[in-house]
Design a protein around this ligand. Sequence first.
Ligand SMILES: [Zn+2]
Length: 133
Amino acid sequence: MSEYHKPLPKPSPVSAPYWDAVRRHELILQKCGGCGAFIYYPRPRCPQCLSENLEWRSVSGRGKLYSYTVVRRASSRAFADGPYVLAIVELDEGPRMTTNLIVEPERIKIGMPVTVVFDDVTPEHTLVKFKPA
Ligand SMILES: [Zn+2]
């Protein structure tokens, strides 16, 4: 029985390859065969050109902090273990991910380089977070 009480991902047929890779501690994104864009979040067609010709590619896991907020007052009981940093990270490949940044709030600077970390929150679930590079 897991001690983890926060909501967990429920992979869809489209997002399952992403979550399977994350469990292996690998970050993959869809890359469009039509226009070359990397895509996040997983979806059935490219949001730029609507192509359905998408392939999964390994990406660097590096990026920079685009925006953030420090959550000190939780929106639900499950997140009452704060404060925590809710961040938007712009990956080197282009897409922006909403994520958690593992850092003391005093150290945060917009644009700071960050790198992915994989948080195995249960035996079956791994979450993608970031830390300063
Ligand atoms: Zn495209």
